[in-house]
Every structure is written in C-alpha cells, then in structure tokens.
Design a protein around this ligand. Sequence first.
Ligand code: 4NP
Length: 149
Amino acid sequence: MVYRILFVCLGNICRSPSAEAVTRALARDRGTELELDSAGTGRWHVGEPPYGPMQEAARRRGHDLSALRARQVTRADFEAFDLIVAMDAENLDDLRRMAPRDARARLALFTDYAPQTGATAIPDPYYTRDFDGTLDLVETCARGLIAQL
Ligand code: 4NP
C-alpha cells in the first residue's frame, strides 16, 4: 500500500498546497512513491485555486499549483490517510478536536521534521506576505519528512 499523507492549514490556499507540491517534487526526485493531498480546517476558500501570489512564488521554484482546488478536512480523511501534517499548532488543535476516536491517521506538526530550524509553525504568508520565506521552510520540512519515511 502506498503511504498517504494529507497536509492541512487554515485556508488550503497557501501553506498546505505548497507543502503538497514541494513534497511531491522531492518524492519524485528520490523515487519515493507517495499519495499526497491537502485540505483546510476552514471553508472560506473551498473550490478555489491556491492564492495568486503563492502560486507565483511556487512557480518561480518550478512548482505548478494551478490545478489544485481548496477543500475542507473531513472525518473520512482520518481513515483515508496514514499521516496528517498540520502547518501550525492551531491546525493541530482543530484536527485533534475533529479526529474520530479510532482514527487511523497519525497527526504531526510539519516543523517537527525540521528541528534544526527552531521553527514551531509554518508562517502564514497570506498575512506575513513572505511567500519565499514560507517556501524555504516548507522545503526544509518536506526534506525532513521524506528522510523519515
Ligand atoms: P493558508 O492561508 O491557511 O496557508 O491557506 C490562509 C489564507 C486565507 C485565509 C486564512 C489562511 N483566510 O482566512 O482567508
């Protein structure tokens, strides 16, 4: 069975789609087969593609986010995925609250895969406007995650 990972942020238009695309590219480079998806805890942006400035910053690094569409996390995701990776502590709290008691998925914080950075959250570039800083950290965390599989 292919290992399945779901990346989760608040809106599913900046951080988690980037995490999905960056991890997919790194896994492809290493020949690691994974099934990846992303979702948001909120529903404001459901059905929308990733945020324009986020898409542009990702495209400059070779990641095409244009086909992705935002969706909200569901309880079924806790059965469908092996690992659900939160972008910050609020996302993780929200996921813990909605997790079924017998959930299959393990929950983790993305920054836990890059302890050398000292970061405890992926900053939300929708608010910080630092899209490249977020992508730098996403790349470091994605490398750490893949190295642990
Ligand atoms: P994300 O960023 O969680 O990284 O997708 C956000 C984008 C938009 C909003 C929240 C977070 N919003 O509330 O509109």
